[in-house]
Design a protein around this ligand. Structure first.
Ligand SMILES: [Zn+2]
Length: 226
């Protein structure tokens, strides 16, 4: 596997600092699992971040921060709680689920449009962080695009992280194959097309709802919640 596209340095540093929502962090973890270069950069960023933290003055947390942190531990996906064997997931989805997704309880592919299927993994939401500041939670979806199929053209209302798990796709910014990471800026309008031979399976964390261009896609949008 030759990986060409990696997360930006700013994204890797934000991830190492724990400053990412669960969906975005999961997509970065999946890429890092496949990319020795980014794994090394993350270790370095964590070491540097640890040194910086050690030099900071303590800051006050919300009074109920500890109980909220403990309450959330049960919601964190954990490999050890995945009751379903990997072979079963593989036969249902048609590919090996990355380790970072195994604790989520992944369902079946659902139909979205001709040649496009998806699995919702995490819903978009907003909740208070431990310091009481609101934190946005990106939505997390798996997508399977049939060979030669184009996703409807769309714009983004926020950032979007994509990691290709199998096959590849092309858009105006380049070709993205297994392991590649795409970091989509808010103002990019694109229309990814899956490889004509292999199709494409990818995992996408999207901060805001996509804004589709075609009338059919726009009609589907409120129903599907993308
Ligand atoms: Zn990388």
């Amino acid at each position: 596997m030759t990986i060409v596209h990696h997360p930006s340095e700013a994204t890797l540093i934000a991830h190492a600092a724990g400053n990412m929502d669960a969906a975005s962090a999961t997509v970065i973890a999946i890429h890092a699992d496949m990319c020795p270069r980014c794994r090394g950069d993350l270790v370095l960023a964590e070491v540097i971040g640890g040194q910086l933290l050690a030099g900071l003055a303590p800051a006050a947390l919300a009074p109920d921060a500890l109980s909220r942190a403990l309450g959330r531990l049960g919601a964190v996906p954990d490999d050890t709680t995945a009751a379903e064997p990997n072979s079963q997931v593989r036969s249902r989805l048609g590919f090996d689920l990355p380790a970072a997704l195994r604790g989520y309880g992944i369902g079946r592919w659902r139909w979205l449009a001709p040649g496009i299927r998806f699995v919702p993994v995490l819903r978009r939401s907003s909740r208070a962080g431990l310091d009481d500041r609101p934190r946005a939670q990106s939505a997390l979806h798996l997508f399977k695009i049939a060979p030669g199929t184009a996703m409807p053209g769309h714009r983004h209302g926020g950032s979007e992280f994509t990691c290709v798990l199998a096959g590849s796709y092309d858009d105006a910014t380049g070709r993205f194959a297994a392991g590649d990471f795409a970091e989509t800026a808010e103002d990019l309008e694109h229309r990814p097309v899956a490889d004509s031979r292999t199709g494409c399976i990818c995992v996408i964390a999207s901060e805001a709802k996509l804004r589709f261009r075609g009338p059919i896609a726009r009609l589907l949008q409120p129903v599907l919640g993308f």
